[in-house]
Write a new protein. Structure first.
Lengths: 112, 115
């Protein structure tokens, strides 16, 4: 399973766009990139998943360069409720049966 | 998205007793579920893979006789912490994948406190 590296923490203000970059130099051909959000004392919540290029949903965008060695989660116009820990995970859901290894995550703090 | 539930949400027990935690996939079937534990301010640590109808696969360093896992149906996996001690106090979280396993959905977690 590819190892991921993220900033330990980030600060932002309400209304700003937040970009969290994750490095995964050893990503394998069949690996997908998935981002989760976790609030204190809750289970992680799925945000977005992608394989290459750009993926967008109602919550966030995910940018993946051609070499796939990194990815950037973009949160538009954050609010106080976006304060949470964000995890980037890389894995092959088909050959690993959904097994995920969590890294340290990025603690995002949104201030008023 | 798919819904995964856990029961109980929190439990307090005396040292030496056993505690069972249930993980259910509510609107889909899961042949594989995963169990994690999380200490305060730390990331999730994978404990084991729960396989429906067969033995669980444990990660290195996780005692299989301490953490008993049973996956008797396609919608239910249970984790039993046997002879619990204060150091077993933690946040236990399960996950289950949808049919194609592309996405893992997590339960809300169970807070265990062993006195």
């Amino acid at each position: 399973l590819a190892k991921t590296t993220q900033p330990i923490s980030m600060d932002s203000y309400e209304g700003q766009e937040v970009n969290i970059t994750c490095s995964h130099n050893n990503i394998a051909t069949n690996d997908y990139i998935t981002w989760y959000q976790q609030f204190p004392s809750q289970g992680p919540r799925f945000i977005i998943q992608g394989y290459k290029t750009k993926v967008k949903n109602e919550v966030a965008s995910l940018f993946i360069p051609a070499d796939r060695k990194s990815s950037t989660l973009s949160l538009p116009r954050v609010s106080l409720s976006d304060t949470a820990v964000y995890y980037c995970l890389v894995g092959d859901p088909y050959n690993q049966g959904g097994k995920l290894i969590f890294g340290q995550g990025t603690e995002l703090s949104v201030k008023p | 998205g798919a819904v995964v539930s856990q029961h109980p949400s929190r439990v307090i027990c005396k040292s030496g007793t056993s505690v069972k935690i249930e993980c259910r996939s509510l609107d889909f079937q899961a042949t594989t579920m995963f169990w994690y534990r999380q200490f305060p301010k730390k990331s999730l640590m994978l404990m084991a893979t729960s396989n429906e109808g067969s033995k669980a696969t444990y990660e290195q360093g996780v005692e299989k006789d301490k953490f008993l896992i049973n996956h008797a149906s396609l919608t239910l996996s249970t984790l039993t912490v046997t002879s619990a001690h204060p150091e077993d106090s933690s946040f236990y979280i399960c996950s289950a994948g949808d049919a194609d396993q592309e996405t893992q959905y997590f339960g809300p977690g169970t807070r265990l406190l062993v006195l």
